[in-house]
Design a protein around this ligand. Structure first.
Ligand code: ADP
Length: 188
């Protein structure tokens, strides 16, 4: 499913983020930046050991923040390592930190004048964030970011599995009905 916000296309797909041919892919990292399971493990495996050698030099990353590295053996030129929060119900810091992880990734992409960026569903695996709530925050943060001029022409959400994809497709459809900045495009 595709939608347009200003000059930027939002694209939701089901797939594996490590194969995406974009300027940068976002990693759902942890504060150590030394690798882990889930999407983090898959990205480190696909990028090769040079990625860990670089992340070791970065001194970790706070929850809600992001850091950029090279992509090494990945098709993507860069990896933006974003640290989302561990989910806790009824803690207002949790949605704030998830939005911040997305915003900091977008800011880094903008600072490097990137045109295309792919996000996974940060915090929705081991970190336990309910998919629908996290999706709402991800899409809203991206759409709000696109209120300002940007180098980004494509922002892709790469969802692992049909269920995660369905959540994004439904949420994007609903948001497009309520938000005049967003218009749905016909998929090709
Ligand atoms: P977190 O610790 O932030 O929850 P996880 O890696 O455990 O990170 O999960 C984040 C999301 O990434 C989950 O929805 C998971 O299904 C998804 N995921 C796992 N592997 C991949 C992959 N190769 N490409 C895209 N998404 C992935």
């Amino acid at each position: 499913m595709k939608a347009q916000v200003g000059q930027t296309v939002l694209h939701c797909v089901e797939g594996d983020i490590t194969t995406q041919v974009v300027d940068a892919i976002v990693n759902a990292a942890n504060e150590t930046l030394l690798g882990g399971g889930g999407v983090d493990g898959a990205i480190h495996r696909a990028a090769g050991p040079e990625l860990l050698a670089e992340t070791r030099t970065l001194g970790g990353c706070r929850t809600g923040d992001a850091k950029l590295t090279q992509g090494y053996r990945l098709p993507a030129r860069y990896v933006i390592h974003a640290v989302g929060p561990v989910y806790r119900a009824n803690d207002p810091d949790v949605p704030r930190l998830l939005a911040s992880a997305y915003r900091r990734s977008l800011e880094l992409a903008q600072q490097h004048q990137l045109a295309s960026l792919a996000f996974p569903a940060i915090s929705t695996g081991v970190y336990g964030y309910p998919q629908a709530e996290a999706c709402e925050i991800a899409l809203r943060t991206v759409v709000d970011f696109l209120d300002q001029p940007t180098s980004l022409r494509l922002i892709r959400f790469v969802l692992f599995g049909a269920q995660a994809y369905a959540v994004y497709a439904q949420t994007l459809q609903r948001m497009a009905q309520a938000d005049s900045r967003l218009s749905l495009l016909t998929d090709d």
